[in-house]
Design a protein. Structure first.
Length: 222
């Protein structure tokens, strides 16, 4: 994908989302694309390999959460994988501190290299399971927002997120295929967990007909 084509596509998507980012941030997203494609040649970072689809289904989809984050200053991204949605959010909101949580060693190494090469002082990588992170007193009740995308939300994972969030925090789950069956499974996993679903958003994704779903959860009983 030529550089000019990338900028044209990405700018058009940002306009549809009513988002504005600085020119150097656009450069960082382009560098992110190049690094992702390079590393994907030797490891399974993403099933999406076409540059245009990466821009839409990874970058722009991640940025659907920007306006739902409010004025949050701290974010934990659970199961970051190739960095979604945490890295795009960290690029778009440089004043927000982002912790990327990834248990797979190779993916965690990619994330560390990515953060270094994109020069993102507001983003840090935690290599391990979110449950282990939540066991640490240094991290409990430290985050105003949590995010997750394409991650299996077991009861243990949900309980860990509940322990990481401040009492008035929020967990935003980006789940494109969140049908009623998904919501029913989520409801069963939430039994005994101090989190509750507070709403479901359906934001439109640029260049895609089908809207995405964002499930909003908040701590209860704290």
């Amino acid at each position: 994908m030529e550089r000019a084509s990338f900028y044209s596509l990405f700018r058009s998507g940002l306009e549809e989302l009513a988002l504005d980012v600085a020119p150097h941030v656009l450069d960082s997203f382009h560098e992110y694309l190049l690094l992702l494609m390079k590393w994907s040649q030797s490891m399974n970072l993403t099933a999406v390999r076409e540059p245009e689809k990466i821009v839409v289904r990874h970058f722009l989809e991640s940025l659907l959460l920007v306006k739902l984050l409010g004025n949050a200053r701290t974010l934990v991204d659970v199961g970051s994988g190739a960095g979604f949605p945490g890295v795009p959010l960290g690029l778009a909101i440089p004043g927000m501190s982002v912790k990327l949580v990834e248990s797979a060693g190779k993916k965690a190494n990619f994330l560390r290299q990515l953060v270094r090469e994109l020069a993102m002082p507001n983003v840090d990588v935690f290599h391990g399971r979110v449950e282990n992170m939540a066991d640490s007193p240094d991290h409990r009740r430290s985050f105003e927002r949590a995010t997750s995308r394409a991650v299996a939300l077991s009861r243990r994972t949900l309980d860990a997120v509940a322990r990481l969030l401040v009492p008035d925090g929020e967990f935003l789950v980006l789940a494109a295929g969140a049908d009623q069956a998904y919501l029913d499974r989520l409801g069963r996993s939430l039994q005994g967990v101090r989190l509750a679903v507070t709403g479901v958003e359906e934001p439109s994704l640029p260049f895609e007909r089908k809207p995405r779903r964002v499930i909003r959860l908040a701590p209860v009983g704290n």
